[in-house]
Design a protein around this ligand. Structure first.
Ligand code: RE
Length: 365
């Protein structure tokens, strides 16, 4: 797939690779919506195991050919030109009236309103092909889609419910061996016009000798803010980069690995991470502001994500602040193989991941 390279206006020297933008045509949009409606009639909800079991076949049958081809490329291209994120603009029309007022938090959201969008997102993962899964480490499971909604009580946190602080770029669940392979973010509304931030490991000019220490298993990767328990556990260390030495994958969470002072990386780990971040932080892309119906699909081994701080429920029009509906985003996570992570899934449900921290499962299972 062609990638776009432009001169970055912020850093005079850097030439950056950018995520690929796919403008979904009205005909493609209609096909996707018809498919979702049809599947909803047949399977009732995207959680239906018969639907998820057949998601690859259904994706091939129902999705527009162009999108199937793009997905197939994305799933097997790890080259130097692969940013690791696809932006589908206008994948679905969102019925804002039907959604109604944004609930105060994800706990009180009515998921039946997101059902159709869930089918559409699952089909995109199915095309990769990758299977929608859920993680006990996030909301104790909580289904194949998580609604991400700013919560007034959580606004200072580094979680999906936060808003008033920057959410640092991170690969999702960097503290798990079996973190999601792919993530989709479907924007139901983003009236505050919050830009998404993306950062690709491919944006570095090269991964040369000075990056070699990032392949060593010397880094602490703490469980994230959602899981803080306060107990001190024995150290589990892992590498930041892995896979191919010149075109690697990454597990990286700036907030947890670098700025969480309580974890105390070793001196070597801290200085290597610091040097890496000094280059990486200039390579963060925040030039895309998602609109309702847009979907960002990321390869969670190539591309980290985050967002800037914002004021939930406030938008600016011609410099004047007005109240607006708060943001809603739907996140879906998927794994290419149910076999590789079988030691970390429920006995009765291989789609339900119970890994707690770098290869260790939650004790209650
Ligand atoms: Re995230």
């Amino acid at each position: 797939m062609n990638s776009t390279e432009i001169l970055d206006k912020d850093c005079s020297t850097a030439v950056k690779l950018l995520p690929t933008v796919i403008e979904v045509t009205s005909q493609e949009r209609r096909m996707i919506k018809d498919a979702a409606l049809h599947l909803q009639k047949k399977y009732d909800t995207y959680e239906n195991r018969d639907f998820i079991k057949h998601v690859h076949q259904l994706a091939s049958y129902f999705l527009p050919e162009r999108i199937l081809n793009i997905a197939a490329d994305f799933a097997s291209d790890f080259s130097k030109n692969q940013y690791g994120a696809l932006i589908f603009t206008g994948l679905m029309d969102i019925d804002q009236e039907n959604i109604g007022s944004t609930p105060s938090n994800w706990q009180t959201a009515d998921y039946s309103k997101f059902n159709l969008y869930g089918f559409a997102c699952a089909l995109i993962h199915g095309a990769l092909p990758s299977k929608p899964v859920q993680y006990y480490s996030q909301r104790k499971g909580g289904g194949l889609i998580h609604a991400i909604i700013p919560d007034e009580k959580m606004k200072e946190t580094q979680t999906g419910s936060g808003s008033s602080t920057d959410l640092y770029v991170h690969t999702e669940d960097a503290f798990l061996k079996h973190q999601a392979d792919y993530l989709s973010f479907m924007y139901v509304r983003n009236e505050e016009q919050v830009p998404s931030t993306l950062y690709s490991i491919r944006s570095h000019e090269s991964i040369g000798e000075n990056y070699r220490p990032l392949f060593e298993r010397i880094y602490k990767i703490p469980k994230d803010a959602n899981l803080e328990t306060g107990d001190t556990e024995e150290e589990t260390l892992d590498s930041v980069l892995y896979g191919n030495l010149s075109l690697p994958f990454m597990r990286f969470d700036a907030a947890e690995q670098l700025f969480n002072s309580s974890i105390r990386q070793s001196e070597e780990a801290q200085s290597t991470l610091h040097e890496f971040w000094e280059e990486a932080r200039h390579l963060i892309y925040s030039g895309f502001t998602p609109q309702a119906g847009d979907v960002i699909l990321v390869n969670n081994h190539l591309c980290a994500h985050g967002r800037s701080a914002f004021r939930a429920g406030v938008r600016k029009i011609d410099g004047i602040e007005q109240p607006c509906e708060r943001r809603i985003m739907l996140r879906m996570m998927s794994k290419v193989s149910l076999i590789d992570m079988r030691a970390h899934t429920l006995t009765e449900d291989p789609f339900f991941v119970i890994e707690e921290h770098l290869g260790k499962n939650f004790q209650q299972f």
